[in-house]
Structures are given as structure tokens and as C-alpha cells.
Design a protein around this ligand. Structure first.
Ligand SMILES: Cc1cc2nc3c(=O)[nH]c(=O)nc-3n(C[C@H](O)[C@H](O)[C@H](O)COP(=O)(O)O)c2cc1C
Ligand SMILES: CCCCC(=O)C(=O)O
Length: 374
């Protein structure tokens, strides 16, 4: 048997990355909160839906493009906002932003990134001048110091970001046991690049740096009235990230906000909540096509993307797969991730008998059948 092994799927990328990263980083990137139940279930839940393909349809051309807020993306696979990507690879957030741009995919940048939002825009500028389109969204944490958030919004607008994702599920950080046990520290050579030097330094006195940073800085009193106020402070559409119920989905619409990301933060916040794919249907029903609904959590395969689209998501974000891909090979690693997920989605669509995304609906999936008795 040949020892040669080619990376064939996202799990292969994850396996390779787990061998490369050190414990400080792995403890932070990998696990969910508490007992990791929701993080695991985000993935497993996709297997509880089966595909229901149609045959003998012309699938010689498959178009994976989707439109959101007037932008057409070449793929519904988007990059999720995750913190501190330079711990995975020195190119950090710019590697993922450039790869998303080349692939015509949506990109989102975390407030607590290790590359500034201005530098992200600079990193994609050469690609834009070659004709690639970069659609960049900014994930906003709302600080106790509102001026800090307002300043980020203005800078995001000026740097060409075209939507805000306001994270609603993190009034406090979830209990991430590996970080509590071993401590977690942003390595000394890195910093939270959207802020002046020294941001977060006082939290560094605490071994669980991130948890302390959030409790010092992020406003746990955030409520719907604050989001309504935020809406008056920017022309950018605001998506609420972290919605899991029909009730909250309706409130997003009633409060005049522009979109939803069905998310449990990759299982990193409240452990024990449902997998996101299981929450998607009720959110989509509640929203009744008034605003776009997107989803993240546990997406590892093109068929997972297909199932999310079938349940009404307009697009799907991937979080950890981007981090593992950066760890594997920087920007090229993320290119490989897109190649794999796009090819898997294209093939799932073709083998299901659909040639464009608007044809994908609930008739193409069903809950896992129980095995019939022989
Ligand atoms: C290491 C890491 C850091 C993250 N940082 C942020 C963040 O700064 N802001 C945020 O809204 N979500 C953050 N998230 C959550 C992601 O945006 C996304 O919801 C989640 O990763 C999706 O699940 P997946 O990793 O299974 O794809 C982070 C996730 C990870 C894994
Ligand atoms: C201050 C960093 C918080 C990042 C975050 O959202 C996460 O770790 O899930």
C-alpha cells in the first residue's frame, strides 16, 4: 500500500491541522463549551437528514450562485468570523479574506482579529483590481464603551465592509473547560489588531484571558433597544448572529434588522442547545422570507451545505474548517477548502437533480428513516 495520502475532504484538513497546532491554540480553537455536546451535535445533526434525489434531469450545468443584499456570490459557502487567526498561520485573516475573494464567497472578519479591518481591505485590493469581487462583512461585538463600537462601525464603512454581523449570544463567554484547565493566552507577538496597542493587556493578568476580556469589555446588558439604536448609527445592513428560536427571529424582523445568522457560536457558548440545522426550519418559517436567514455550525461537507439550503438558508458560514485550512497551508489551504466544499456541493446538486440553488427546497431532504425490519 502506498503511504501517499492526498487531502480529500474537510476532515482530512482538520486531522492534518490537529497535528500541527500547539495545545494553547488547539484548546481555544477546537472544543465547544462545557461537555462539547452542542459542538458535536452541530455535525452529527446533518446526518439525521437524508437526501431525496430526483433523476433524469439535465444537470450538465450547475450554478451555485446566490444573491444576498444585492450581491451575487459564486458560492453559498462563506467564511465565518473567528477570532485570532494568526495563531493558525502568520498570514492570518488575510489568507481567508483573499481566498474568499478569489472564490466569489462572502467573508466576515471578527472584531477581535489579529489583522486590522483596514489591512484586510488592503490584502484583497490587488485581487479586486484583477476583477475579483470581495464582499466583506464585519462582525461587531458591542462594547460597554459604545464609542469603541461606533468607531469600529465607521472604520468598517470606510474600509468597504458592506454589512455588520452583531453577535447576540455572547453577553459572557461560555465555559470552555480546556481553557479553564490550562489557561489561554494570545501569544506575545500577536495583538488584537483593530485597537491601539495594549488592547486587552489588563485581561492578560488572568490565565483565562478571553473570558476576562469579554467580561471587562463586552456589554452584557445589550438588548433589542440597543440594536434599534445601532440601526440608526449606520447605513449598513445589520444581521443578528446567534438566533436559535422562532420567537427571537420574529423580534429581529419587528425591530427592523436586516438578517439572521442561525448560530450557536460553534457550540462555544451555551452547551446543550440544539444543533443549528435543527433550529433552522423554525427560524425560516418565522421570518417568512422578509429577511435573509444564514446559518453556521458543523458544516463539513457540500452535502451539509445542500441540506441547509434545502431548509431555507441563503448561505452557510464555515468557522473551524477555515482555521484548520489556514493551519494546513495558509491562503492555499483555504483555497483547497473552497475547492473541496464547492466540488462536493456541485456534485450533491447534480446527483440530486438540481442545476441551480433556487430549485433546492425541502422536497430534497427528509428526516433520517428508521431502518425497516427485515
Ligand atoms: C476559534 C473561534 C473563534 C471565534 N471567534 C468568534 C468571534 O470573534 N466572534 C463571533 O461572533 N463568533 C466567533 N466564533 C464563532 C464563529 O463565528 C461561528 O459561529 C462558528 O465557528 C461556526 O461553527 P463551526 O466552527 O462548527 O463552523 C468563533 C469560533 C471559533 C471556532
Ligand atoms: C474575545 C474573543 C472572543 C471570541 C469568540 O467569540 C470566541 O472565542 O468564540
Amino acid at each position: 500500500m502506498s503511504a501517499f495520502k492526498k487531502i480529500a475532504n474537510i476532515q482530512d484538513i482538520e486531522d492534518a491541522a490537529l497535528k500541527k497546532l500547539d495545545r494553547n491554540v488547539l484548546d481555544y480553537y477546537g472544543p465547544g463549551a462545557q461537555d462539547n455536546i452542542t459542538n458535536k451535535d452541530n455535525k452529527l445533526a446533518y446526518d439525521r437528514y437524508q437526501l431525496c434525489p430526483r433523476v433524469l434531469r439535465d444537470v450538465s450545468n450547475v450554478d451555485m450562485s446566490v444573491s444576498i443584499f444585492g450581491h451575487t456570490f459564486k458560492t453559498p459557502v462563506f467564511v465565518a468570523a473567528s477570532a485570532m487567526q494568526k495563531m493558525a498561520n502568520p498570514i492570518g485573516e488575510a489568507g481567508a479574506a483573499r481566498s474568499a475573494c478569489k472564490n466569489g464567497a462572502g467573508y466576515s472578519l471578527s472584531t477581535v482579529s489579529t489583522t486590522s479591518l483596514e489591512d484586510i481591505s488592503k490584502s484583497v485590493a490587488p485581487l479586486e483590481s484583477q476583477g475579483h469581487q470581495s464582499v466583506r462583512w464585519f462582525q461587531l461585538y458591542v462594547y460597554k464603551d459604545r464609542l469603541k463600537s461606533l468607531d469600529l462601525i465607521k472604520r468598517a464603512e470606510n474600509a468597504g465592509f458592506t454589512a455588520l454581523l452583531v453577535t447576540a449570544d455572547t453577553p459572557y463567554l461560555g465555559r470552555r473547560l480546556a481553557n479553564i484547565r490550562h489557561g489561554f493566552m494570545l501569544p506575545d507577538h500577536l495583538r488584537l489588531a483593530n485597537f491601539d496597542k495594549g488592547e486587552g493587556d489588563s485581561a492578560k493578568k488572568d490565565s483565562n484571558y478571553i473570558s476576562k476580556y469579554i467580561s471587562d469589555q463586552i456589554d452584557p446588558s445589550l438588548s433589542w433597544k440597543d440594536l434599534k439604536w445601532l440601526k440608526t448609527q449606520t447605513k449598513l445592513p445589520i444581521l443578528v448572529k446567534g438566533v436559535l428560536t422562532a420567537e427571537d427571529a420574529k423580534l429581529v424582523v419587528e425591530n427592523g434588522l436586516d438578517g439572521i445568522v442561525v448560530s450557536n457560536h460553534g457550540g462555544r457558548q451555551l452547551d446543550g442547545v440544539s444543533a443549528t440545522i435543527d433550529a433552522l426550519d423554525e427560524v425560516v418559517q418565522a421570518v417568512d422570507n422578509k429577511i435573509p436567514v444564514l446559518i453556521d455550525g458543523g458544516v463539513m461537507r457540500g452535502s451539509d451545505v445542500f441540506k441547509a439550503l434545502a431548509l431555507g438558508a441563503k448561505a452557510v458560514f464555515v468557522g473551524r474548517p477555515v482555521l484548520w485550512s489556514l493551519a494546513l497551508d495558509g491562503e492555499k489551504g483555504v483555497d483547497l477548502m473552497f475547492d473541496i466544499l464547492n466540488e462536493e456541493l456541485r456534485l450533491t446538486m447534480a446527483l440530486s437533480g438540481v442545476s441551480n440553488v433556487s430549485q433546492i427546497d425541502k422536497s430534497y431532504i427528509k428526516p433520517l428513516a428508521t431502518r425497516s425490519k427485515l
